[in-house]
Design a protein. Structure first.
Length: 162
């Protein structure tokens, strides 16, 4: 593998594969609470970019559910970070925010959806990734839709699988 591009060195703690430790917890005012499994893959090819794939599945049946993939960039010389994301639901998104140590705080900077996306429409997403002292990675996602204010949708922790 090529050496990690120095432009993304500050994100090296994400690299590799992660697997939900215990089932993630999903919620939103309009839906019954649910649980899910998820694997994350963060890779690089020597570019000043991190590539990622997030694949969620049903805890019992393992049936594929939500999927996202994209790229992470850092503004050179700053702690400003951008996630460029495509979701299987038909949403594409740029989230921007800050890298602080081994924590990322992001929120929607731009968002678009297929013309035939079903309602309610997502209006805003905010999320955090945090590498904990015990080596586990934690992700929390909140969203606002066309009929609900910003509320938590997902919370999950992962352990390194490679
Ligand atoms: C429901 C968005 C990630 C599982 C929903 C709804 C929206 C949404 C807009 C409908 C809410 C309503 O009807 O009021 C998103 C966004 C995500 C995301 C923007 C990522 C940023 C996930 C993940 C899972 C998941 C990772 C894991 C399996 C579900 C389930 C429902 C749901 C089970 C309820 C049933 C359904 O509407 O399909 N999500 N979601 N979502 N989401 Fe997510």
């Amino acid at each position: 593998a090529p050496p990690l591009n120095p432009a993304v060195l500050a994100l090296d703690w994400l690299l590799g594969s992660w697997e939900s430790d215990e089932p993630g917890e999903g919620s939103f005012p309009t839906i019954p609470p649910f649980r899910y499994s998820e694997t994350l893959h963060f890779t690089h090819v020597g570019q000043p970019v991190i590539n990622f794939m997030f694949n969620a599945s049903h805890v019992e049946s393992k049936k594929p559910m939500h999927r996202e993939c994209g790229f992470i960039r850092l503004q050179p010389g700053t702690n400003r970070v951008a996630f460029i994301i495509a979701q299987n639901s038909g949403l594409v998104e740029i989230e921007e925010g800050e890298l602080t140590g081994q924590q990322l705080s992001l929120k929607t900077h731009a968002l678009a959806r297929t013309s035939f996306a079903k309602e309610p429409h997502v209006q805003q997403i905010s999320r955090e990734f945090r590498l904990r002292g015990d080596g586990k990675l934690e992700q929390t996602v909140s969203m606002a839709t066309s009929d609900q204010p910003l509320m938590q949708h997902l919370h999950i922790t992962y352990r390194r699988s490679s």
